[in-house]
Ligand binder design. Sequence first.
Ligand SMILES: Cc1cc2nc3c(=O)[nH]c(=O)nc-3n(C[C@H](O)[C@H](O)[C@H](O)COP(=O)(O)OP(=O)(O)OC[C@H]3O[C@@H](n4cnc5c(N)ncnc54)[C@H](O)[C@@H]3O)c2cc1C
Length: 233
Amino acid sequence: MMNCFLKEKKEIAEGTVLFTFDVPDAGLSYVPGQYVCLKLDLRFPDEKGPKRYFSIVNSPEKHGRIEIATRVSDTGFKQTLDALQPGDAGEITEIGGKFVLPEDAALEMVMVAGGVGVTPFKCMLDHLIRAGENRRVTLLYSNKNKATTAFYEDFLRLEASGCPEKVFFVMTRDDAWPGPKGRLNADFIRENIPGFQSKQFMVAGPPNFVGGITKALEELEISNVRLEKFFGY
Ligand SMILES: Cc1cc2nc3c(=O)[nH]c(=O)nc-3n(C[C@H](O)[C@H](O)[C@H](O)COP(=O)(O)OP(=O)(O)OC[C@H]3O[C@@H](n4cnc5c(N)ncnc54)[C@H](O)[C@@H]3O)c2cc1C
């Protein structure tokens, strides 16, 4: 168990808030892609209890800190989280997960994110840039519309730095969006990802999203797949 203290919170897209916690414990250690279990003293009742899992947003190079991003809803936990003021405490009861970068740095990767499921990829990509690691990555990032797309500018900046090599922002309900629209599916991957069958796919998001992409990848006979389901959504 480690104590954490809210440093700041910031709305990064419509309905999505980034919470930054200071973690003074010298034992804080994780690999990009892993999650924390955050426990709060509930100020509002919540039938699912005082804990939730969140993928870590910030790369480990930002020492002594944990950032998480979530859609703020009306559950007691989310309302408690949103009511925290700078200096207020929470507990990190667990850090773990196997959804991490493949050991083979030469493997070309396709990251596929549904909404807030982009959090572990933000961490991995920031880490690759900061560590100067050269990997070939494409990011497919699905959202309802541009306004709800978290880290939009950050991913453009990362793309300009070369990792990912290419970001496809795909909107399911945004008539004004000039780029790709509709659901991410097998056709989209076939048309936009040359050599897809030999690439390592990593998929993260709400269980429904991950289930849909899994079917598309099966249809395309892609076998090199890692999944992170955000259970609870
Ligand atoms: C390994 C792991 C990592 C996770 N990482 C994150 C993370 O980085 N950020 C994060 O926000 N959550 C993450 N989660 C999920 C998180 O733990 C919560 O379960 C989730 O945020 C729901 O919170 P809530 O129970 O307070 O309910 P709410 O936020 O109210 O969501 C629950 C209900 O709201 C509806 N709903 C709201 N938004 C959606 C949506 N986008 N898609 C589908 N249904 C929706 C559904 O009806 C759902 O049952 C992760 C879960 C796991 C297991």
